[in-house]
Design a protein around this ligand. Structure first.
Ligand code: GAL
Length: 665
């Protein structure tokens, strides 16, 4: 159970450390994260190590009962290293070296970089191996975040060839799987293999390359990140028994494979950063993101960076309103966070992030945000008594697959289709009705779930077909949506009649589809009403029954959504997108039909409720008010405030931005 902040002793004079440590102790902190960007301070020139400043910082904080997450500083290779080995730099798809001056400027496949990384990780691990202040290690920082690109350098190409040889065994098999007969792309020598840089024919967001090559390159680059993480993880494991983590945010890497290299997944949560608005900015976004993180290892997570102030690099997001930091922290705990570490302790006076405010402002004086966090700190031990080892009561699983995401990224199907946003839209539909869920990949055991949702599950094979069919035949409820089952695993199109491998379980055939471009198409049915504006599959039921039909376009009257009884279970096929309200109605309808109950009934709009079970079997709830007005939430039993043990009766009043943690009396 950890509560704390991200702290950069190297940014502040030595005298200030004591002041900070005392203020932290008073706020109930017991953890700081340090050193994840401090390579140039730890190894100022090659082979010259200086741990003295960090040793001293650890002493100062440990004396106040504050431990550290020790970061390996490999996200910021220093200038001396980059000057000595410029071949480490990442090359973008235009063959450009982006150079020095920010961070993450290295190629994961560079053997030279791997060697230097090994050296510094080994040195640090050895130095801090038995240090009582070290509570955990963080490997690197947010792989690929901020670079957002794959590398296309010669080391990558050479390693890609090795990766392909292992996967395909022969060039014949590769040529067949990739369909290189198209546009005379047949490879006759392994060394001819290319990486998908910007191509002659790239246009309108498509790089023009063979989709199978694109997908294999993503798989390969994701594996490279995982391998790079594994190198560090192996070294740390030799020296220490404390947990190893990474703050996982990069969608260019398969979270689940990365998860195998770490003990705890951590997440960086910025509900009101200025960038959030690009992603939608809905209050369900952190809920979904943390559910995704929980699914990485199917266990509770830590928040390694939790927003604590107004933030941005060039423009700023809004200042957290009174109560909002607590609400975000409670929401994070609700969805599985067992540790909350705020980013950052104090706004830095210099550097790219000098606008990024933390708990304290630039002048280091504690004000409102400090007091609000201190108040959370006071209650944190009581909350943890319930929350640590607790689980979200979830009867539903949403499948989030990175391979599916990559295939939809190269070929979006429709300008307005985005896999991540589509999942979020479906999740919102459940969230708006307070249905709690797990999110994980297709490899988890489905059998404990009443409903499994497989959105846009496009790449398919026999093994998965059997898994989905078995789940439904044994009584499960599967929800499959448009753009599922149209492809084979190598990213070529399936020859099967659509929806391909889902045809039997869904009991339908697709006659046609419409990628909607200039209109919206009304959809009506037992669930309610909505409108499609991205995609419309025109469904011919075989054994399925219509749940909703289109009420517009030349396919008016044709089924848009169907349900099929299959063995002891059923499969819903959702052939179209819907507006937010229609999605919420449909998700509510499906959940009810499948016997799933929300976390709480009759919750006012804009209030989120998460129902949990503590490690020792007690029922409790987190309640967060996102509605912008005061709300009262009614419970079916007497509840008490977890923080104070005060019995509240059967209802809880929440001010604007209010949040509460309550347990059954
Ligand atoms: C995170 C990153 C931090 C800091 C923060 C604010 O993504 O891990 O190091 O950069 O964003 O930009």
């Amino acid at each position: 159970m950890y509560f704390g902040a991200d702290y950069y002793p190297e940014h502040w004079p030595r005298e200030r450390w004591d002041v900070d440590a005392k203020l932290m102790k008073e706020a109930g902190f017991n953890l700081i994260r340090v050193a994840e960007f401090a390579w140039a301070k730890l190894e100022p020139s090659e082979g010259h190590w200086d741990f003295s400043w960090l040793d001293e910082a650890l002493d100062v904080f440990y004396k106040q009962g504050i431990q550290v997450v020790m970061g390996t500083p490999t996200a910021t290779p220093p200038k001396w290293l980059m000057d000595k080995h410029p071949e480490i730099y990442k090359r973008d798809e235009n063959d450009l070296v982006l150079g020095f001056g920010s961070r993450r400027h290295y190629c994961y496949n560079s053997e030279i970089y791997r060697e230097y990384s090994e050296k510094i990780v080994e040195k640090m691990a050895q130095h801090y191996a038995n240090h009582p202040a070290v509570a955990a290690w963080q490997i690197d920082n947010e792989f690929t975040c901020g670079d957002g690109l794959y590398c296309y350098c010669e080391s990558c190409r050479q390693k890609f060839i090795v990766w392909l040889k292992k996967k395909y065994g022969s060039l014949d098999a590769l040529n067949k799987a990739w369909g290189t007969v198209f546009w005379s792309q047949t490879y006759t020598d392994w060394d001819q293999i290319i990486v998908p840089k910007r191509s002659q024919a790239g246009m309108f967001g498509n790089n023009g390359h063979n989709p199978a090559l694109n997908l294999d390159y993503s798989r390969f680059q994701s594996d490279a990140i995982v391998d790079y993480c594994a190198i560090q993880s192996r070294i740390l494991k030799r020296w220490t028994k404390v947990p190893i983590t990474h703050n996982v945010v990069s969608e260019l890497c398969d979270y689940y494979k990365l998860g195998e290299q770490i003990d705890i997944a951590t997440y960086d949560n910025y509900p009101a950063s200025p960038w959030k608005s690009f992603l939608g900015g809905s209050p369900s976004d952190p809920a979904f993101s943390i559910d995704v993180e929980r699914g990485i290892k199917n266990k509770n997570v830590w928040i390694m960076e939790e927003q604590s102030g107004p933030c941005g690099w060039n423009v700023l997001g809004s200042t957290p309103r009174p109560g909002q930091i607590k609400k975000w922290s409670y929401q994070a705990m609700a969805h599985g966070a067992e540790a909350i570490v705020y980013f950052r302790w104090r706004a830095c006076l210099f550097g790219t992030e000098e606008y990024w405010y933390g708990i304290l402002d630039h002048d280091g004086i504690p004000r409102r945000r400090y007091e609000e966090i201190k108040a959370i700190g006071k209650d944190f031990p009581k909350l943890c008594a319930y929350n640590v080892n607790s689980k979200v009561c979830a009867d539903m699983l949403m499948i989030r697959s990175f391979e599916q995401q990559w295939t939809h990224t190269f070929q979006e199907h429709n300008w307005n289709f985005n896999y991540r946003k589509y999942l979020q839209a479906l999740y919102n539909g459940f969230w708006a009705n307070n249905y709690n869920m797990d999110v994980s990949n297709e490899e988890v055991d489905f059998s404990g779930y009443k409903v499994v949702i497989a959105p846009a599950f496009n790449l398919m094979d026999e093994r998965l077909k059997e898994k989905f069919e078995k789940y439904v035949a044994e009584g499960g409820n599967l929800v499959v949506t448009f753009r599922s089952g149209t492809k084979e695993m190598d990213n070529s199109m399936t020859e099967r009649t659509l929806p391909g491998y889902f045809k039997e379980v869904a009991g339908i055939e697709l006659e046609e589809f419409d990628s909607i471009n200039d209109c919206t198409v009304p959809v009506e049915g037992a669930f309610g009403k909505g409108a499609a504006s991205i995609w419309a599959d025109i469904i011919k039921p075989v054994t399925a029954k219509p749940v909703a039909t289109y009420a517009g376009e030349y396919y008016a009257g044709k089924p848009a959504i169907t349900v099929n009884e299959f063995g002891k279970g059923r499969c819903y096929y959702v052939g179209c997108d819907l507006d937010a309200e229609g999605t919420a109605q449909l998700m509510d309808y499906i959940a009810k039909e499948c016997g799933v109950k929300p976390a709480l009934e009759n919750v006012p709009d804009g209030v989120e409720v998460v129902r949990k079970e503590s490690g020792d079997g007690k029922e409790f709830w987190f309640v967060m008010n996102f509605s912008g007005k005061e709300q009262t939430v009614e419970f079916p039993c007497e509840v008490k405030a977890i923080e104070t043990d005060e019995v509240l009766g059967r209802s809880v009043k929440l001010p604007v931005y209010g949040s509460a943690a309550v347990a059954k009396v």
